[in-house]
Write a protein that binds this ligand. Structure first.
Ligand SMILES: CC(C)(COP(=O)(O)OP(=O)(O)OC[C@H]1O[C@@H](n2cnc3c(N)ncnc32)[C@H](O)[C@@H]1OP(=O)(O)O)[C@@H](O)C(=O)NCCC(=O)NCCS
Length: 328
């Protein structure tokens, strides 16, 4: 009842949202489950609550068994989850989801019914097999300009790392969410992650991660603005793609946040025309009311029972509802 990548969260212990993904703070999973009158699972809403930092909680998945759909259970589950998250003092709940699947119409209808904001585009994601990547027509077309060299990111020196941080503090030349240390601190794919040195300066990088078995994800790429025009970052991608087979990858994905117009334009121009799959995500959010629920005020935590109570973070919820899938 949730995505394979989130199944580890169902033990409801603090964890990374995605195993083997760097740069994430640990989160507290929170789930609300619905059961029908025979005790069979009918639906599941899964969210993550932040344990550190100021990221808002996020709805990760909402699922209702096929035979129980279109009877209000998805709406009921989400409304219940919102209430519980709000009661823990969080002011907002967000969600990001992939569009193009058959149930997205129903999911967005549920969001509307629950009063969420109009969904907006968040990321563009393009997938290529290793064969498609190796046949990209620009792979051999662009050369590294003279005075510059490509180097494995594993060979970035401590001095260069310090210089990058210092120059960012002084000049803020790197988009804040694309600073390399956000993506390499907890590991990265060592063979295909590369940097570009021009003179003594590190001016560009392509930092990648293994995602889902043999898929390589181009997670973070950046080139200094004054050097970025006319495909100057392409030699880095070319070198990286040529190492994919040796590193054991059968496919790769390019993911561009919609708010980075240049990244989106890059993916649309240089990758999308040769890709076998293009997906977009949309996102929405809702401001939460954080007032405690009626009937539980003043009760000690252990007496706050399931029917309208406040289960400890991470417990699944068991409360009675009307209707065919009757226990939420
Ligand atoms: C999305 C999902 C959870 C909804 O659960 P549900 O119990 O059917 O939801 P509800 O009955 O509360 O509401 C469904 C609403 O969508 C509407 N709907 C159904 N199919 C629709 C479609 N193709 N386009 C637009 N609206 C649709 C229903 O008419 C209903 O709206 P209404 O109450 O105004 O008539 C369920 O369809 C599901 O599990 N899908 C598969 C998993 C999934 O894709 N989850 C979303 C991303 S994580």
């Amino acid at each position: 009842m949730t995505f394979p990548a989130y199944r580890h969260l169902l033990n409801l212990q603090p964890s990374l949202r995605l195993l083997n993904e760097p740069g994430q703070p640990p989160v507290q999973p929170f789930a609300a489950a619905a059961f029908d009158e025979t005790g069979s699972a009918a639906g599941l809403a899964l969210a993550e609550l932040p344990l550190t930092g100021d990221n808002p909680p996020e709805l990760l998945s909402l699922f209702v068994a096929r035979e129980a759909r279109n009877r209000g259970l998805g709406t009921e589950l989400l409304a219940y989850l919102e209430g519980q998250v709000g009661r823990r003092g969080f002011a907002e709940l967000r969600t990001v989801y992939t569009v193009g699947k058959p149930a997205i119409g129903a999911f967005e209808r549920v969001l509307t019914k629950c009063g969420w904001a109009e969904p907006t585009p968040r990321t563009l994601s393009v997938r290529l097999s290793v064969e498609q990547a190796l046949s990209l027509p620009w792979l051999e077309r662009y050369r590294v300009r003279s005075g510059c060299e490509i180097f494995p990111w594993t060979e970035l020196t401590d001095d260069e790392r310090r210089a990058l941080r210092l120059s960012q503090e002084e000049r803020g030349w790197i988009a804040k969410d694309l600073v390399p240390w956000r993506y390499d601190a907890h590991g990265f794919e060592p063979l295909t992650s590369l940097g570009l040195r021009c003179g003594r300066d590190v001016v560009a990088w392509v930092i990648n991660h293994r995602s889902a078995g043999t898929t390589l994800r181009f997670t973070c790429s950046y080139i200094r603005k004054d050097l970025g025009r006319r495909g100057r970052i392409l030699p880095l991608f070319s070198a990286s793609i040529k190492r994919m087979r040796q590193a054991g990858f059968s496919a790769c994905t390019f993911v561009a946040p919609m708010r980075h117009a240049t990244m989106v334009a890059f993916v649309r121009r240089w990758v999308q025309p040769w890709a076998n799959s293009v997906t977009q995500t949309r996102g929405s959010e809702k401001a939460l009311r954080s007032a405690p629920a009626i009937g539980t005020l003043g009760k000690p935590e252990h007496e706050q029972t399931s029917a309208d109570g406040d289960p400890a973070v991470g417990e699944t919820v068991d409360t009675t509802l009307k209707g065919p899938a009757s226990r939420l």
